[in-house]
Design a protein around this ligand. Structure first.
Ligand code: ATP
Ligand code: MG
Length: 270
C-alpha cells in the first residue's frame, strides 16, 4: 500500500510545492521509493518542474480525474523528467498526475462525490501497489482540490513559513476544515507534521515564530526545518529540484533530513 500525503496550507507561498518537489525527488533518488506526485493546483508549479512537456499539452490532468467520473487514474499518470538520462545512480521513475488551468472553474460545480471522493475512489489497489508514496501538492485555497486530496490521504503535512505570522493565524480555519473532512469522509486522516520552511537562523522573528509554531503543533512539529536558501530559489527558476541544482547546498541537506524524518514518522522500511 502506498502512503498518501497531502501538503496543504491555505496560505500561499509557504513552500508546499517546493516541499513536494524536493521530498519526492529525495524519496526516489536516495531511498529508492516509487513515488507518484499529484499536482492539484491550477498554478501547476509542480508540473512545470517535473513535466516532460508544457502543462497545457497534457491530454489528461487532475481536472480530468475530478470531472470525468468514468475515467480511471492510470491514463492520467505520466512519467516525469526524473531520473534524468545523465544521472549515474539509477532509481525508480517518478510519476505524476499533472495540473494546468483546467482546474479553475471546477469549484462548486460538482456533487458530493466529485467534490470530495473522486480521487479516493480512483486510488485502486492496483495503483496502491505501484507506488510507495503518493505526494499531493495542494493549492492555497479551501476548495474541491484540497477536499479531494485530504479525503484520499493517510497524512497531511502543513508547511509554515517561519517569518509569516499570518500563516499561524490562519491555522485554526485550516484545522477546522481538516476536522470536518476527517469526520465526514476520512477517519484515517492524521497529521504527519508541521514543517517550518524558509527559516532564517539570524533573525529573532524567525526564532520566536519557530517557538510559536512548535508550541501550537507540539510533537507534530518536524524536528528538522528548512532554512532560507538561495539555491532553492535558483532551482525553482531553473525548473529543477534542489538535488539537481546543488546537492551540497543547505537546502538539499535540509530536505534530506526532513525526508529521513518523514520516513521515520510513517514507520517506512528503508
Ligand atoms: N527554503 C527556501 N529558501 C528560499 N526560497 C524558498 C524556499 N522554499 C521555497 N522558496 C521559494 O518561495 C517561493 C514560494 O514557494 P512555493 O511555490 O513552493 O510555495 P507554495 O506554498 O507552493 O505557494 P502557493 O500557495 O502559491 O502554491 C518560491 O519562489 C520558492 O522558490
Ligand atoms: Mg504551490
Amino acid at each position: 500500500m502506498a502512503t498518501v500525503i497531502s501538503f496543504c496550507n491555505q496560505k500561499g507561498g509557504v513552500a508546499k510545492s517546493t516541499s513536494v518537489i524536493n521530498i519526492a525527488h529525495c524519496l526516489a533518488k536516495y531511498h529508492s521509493k516509487r513515488v507518484l506526485v499529484i499536482d492539484t493546483d491550477p498554478q501547476h508549479n509542480t508540473t512545470l518542474i517535473y513535466g516532460t512537456m508544457s502543462p497545457f499539452d497534457y491530454p489528461l490532468t487532475f481536472a480530468s480525474v475530478i470531472r470525468d467520473e468514468k475515467l480511471s487514474l492510470e491514463p492520467c499518470i505520466y512519467p516525469t523528467k526524473y531520473p534524468k538520462h545523465s544521472e549515474k545512480t539509477k532509481y525508480p521513475t517518478i510519476s505524476m498526475i499533472p495540473s494546468n488551468m483546467d482546474m479553475f472553474g471546477l469549484d462548486g460545480s460538482g456533487d458530493p462525490r466529485s467534490s470530495f471522493l473522486a480521487l479516493r475512489d480512483k486510488l485502486t489497489e492496483e495503483i496502491h501497489d505501484k507506488f510507495d508514496f503518493i505526494l499531493i501538492d495542494c493549492p492555497p485555497n479551501i476548495n474541491v482540490a484540497l477536499n479531494n486530496a485530504l479525503a484520499a490521504s493517510d497524512y497531511y503535512i502543513i508547511p509554515v513559513k517561519s517569518e509569516d505570522w499570518f500563516a499561524l493565524k490562519g491555522m485554526q480555519q485550516l484545522q477546522a476544515h481538516i476536522h470536518f473532512i476527517r469526520e465526514s469522509f476520512n477517519k484515517n486522516l492524521n497529521i504527519l507534521g508541521a514543517l517550518i520552511t524558509m527559516r532564517d537562523n539570524r533573525t529573532n522573528l524567525s526564532e520566536s515564530m519557530s517557538t510559536a509554531i512548535a508550541s501550537y503543533f507540539r510533537e507534530a512539529t518536524f524536528q528538522h526545518a528548512i532554512r532560507n536558501n538561495t539555491a532553492i530559489n535558483r532551482a525553482t527558476s531553473n525548473q529543477r529540484t534542489i538535488f539537481e541544482e546543488d546537492p551540497k547546498s543547505n537546502g538539499a541537506q535540509d530536505y534530506q533530513a526532513v525526508t529521513s524524518e518523514l520516513l521515520e514518522r510513517v514507520g517506512a522500511q528503508e
